[in-house]
Design a protein around this ligand. Structure first.
Ligand SMILES: Nc1ncnc2c1ncn2[C@@H]1O[C@H](COP(=O)(O)OP(=O)(O)OP(=O)(O)O)[C@@H](O)[C@H]1O
Ligand SMILES: [Mg+2]
Length: 244
C-alpha cells in the first residue's frame, strides 16, 4: 500500500483504513463511491472509498495518473481554507495495479448544500445565501482555484450566527490558474440553476469584478444552458427522463 497522513496521530487510522471502513457503521453515501463516518479520538472523520476502477483505469492510475484519493488529498492541502481538513489517503494494489483507494478528511457539520437552496423557490434567506455564495466563489477564483465539478452537492454550507460558512468537497478534479472574466462566470454552469437564481448569483458576483451586469448574466446563462443541453442530450441518448 501507499499512503500519506497529515500528522503522525493519524498513522494508525490510515494504515488500517480498510478495517476501519468495514467496521464503521454510519453510512452517509452509497453510490459510485462510498462514504462512512467514524469517530476517531473524539473527532468525526469521513472515509471515502472510491469505486474500484476498471482495468484500463487501473493501469492509468498505477502508471500515468494520480489516483482520485491522492488527488483529493493533495488538492485539499493546496486549498486548505476552503475544504474540510484533510487527514490522509491510502492506495491498495492488487497484481501490481491500483485496486482500492481511500480519502479521509474531517466531517464538516453542514446544515445544507447549495442544492436545497437551488431547488426550493422559497428557501429561507435565499438572497443572502446567494450573496455569501458569490463572495465565496469570488475568493476561490481570486486564489486561482477552479473546481472542475462545481456542482450543487459539492458545496456544503453551515449557518453561523450572522453569516454562512462554505466548504467544497469532491476536490479530486481541480485546476489552478488565473481566471478570465468569462471563465469566472462559466464556472457557475454546473450548478444546474434556474435562470432567475443564476441571475441573482451573478448579480452579487459582479460587484467584485469589472464587467457590465447584463453582459455577465448573458455569459453565465449561456454557459449554464450549454451544460444543461449537453447533459440532456446524453440522457436522451440513454433513454432517460429530461428536466429543464
Ligand atoms: N467531509 C464531509 N463532511 C460532511 N459530509 C460530507 C463530507 N464529504 C462528503 N460528504 C457528504 O457526502 C456527499 C457525497 O460526497 P462526494 O461529493 O465526495 O461524493 P461523490 O464523489 O460525488 O460521490 P458519487 O460520485 O458516488 O456520487 C456530499 O454531498 C455530502 O453530503
Ligand atoms: Mg460529489
Amino acid at each position: 500500500m501507499k499512503y500519506k497522513v497529515l500528522s503522525k496521530s493519524y498513522t494508525n487510522l490510515v494504515e488500517n483504513v480498510r478495517e476501519y471502513f468495514l467496521e464503521a457503521d454510519t453510512n452517509i453515501w452509497d453510490r459510485r463511491n462510498k462514504i462512512k463516518i467514524l469517530l476517531f479520538q473524539k473527532e468525526e472523520i469521513t472515509i471515502k472509498s472510491f469505486k474500484i476502477p476498471h482495468i484500463i483505469n487501473k493501469i492509468a492510475y498505477t502508471f500515468f495518473r494520480d489516483s482520485k484519493a491522492k488527488k483529493s488529498y493533495e488538492n485539499s492541502l493546496k486549498i486548505i481554507d476552503f475544504v474540510p481538513k484533510p487527514i490522509g489517503y491510502a492506495e491498495f494494489f492488487q497484481f501490481g495495479l491500483l485496486h482500492e483507494s481511500y480519502f479521509l478528511c474531517e466531517k464538516f457539520n453542514y446544515d445544507f448544500t447549495i442544492r436545497e437552496v437551488l431547488v426550493n423557490n422559497h428557501y429561507e434567506d435565499k438572497n443572502t445565501i446567494f450573496q455569501a455564495f458569490a463572495a465565496f466563489t469570488y475568493k476561490l477564483h481570486e486564489k486561482g482555484i477552479e473546481h472542475l465539478d462545481y456542482s450543487p452537492g459539492n458545496i456544503l454550507i453551515r449557518k453561523l450566527d450572522n453569516s454562512y460558512e462554505f466548504k467544497i468537497i469532491d476536490v479530486n478534479r481541480m485546476r489552478f490558474k488565473k481566471f478570465t472574466i468569462e471563465e469566472r462566470l462559466e464556472n457557475f454552469a454546473k450548478l444546474w440553476a434556474k435562470d432567475d437564481d443564476l441571475r441573482s448569483i451573478v448579480n452579487a458576483y459582479v460587484a467584485f469584478i469589472d464587467i457590465d451586469k447584463d453582459r455577465a448574466i448573458d455569459i453565465a446563462l449561456k454557459a449554464s444552458q450549454k451544460h444543461k443541453d449537453k447533459k440532456n442530450l446524453k440522457k436522451k441518448l440513454k433513454g432517460k427522463e429530461i428536466v429543464d
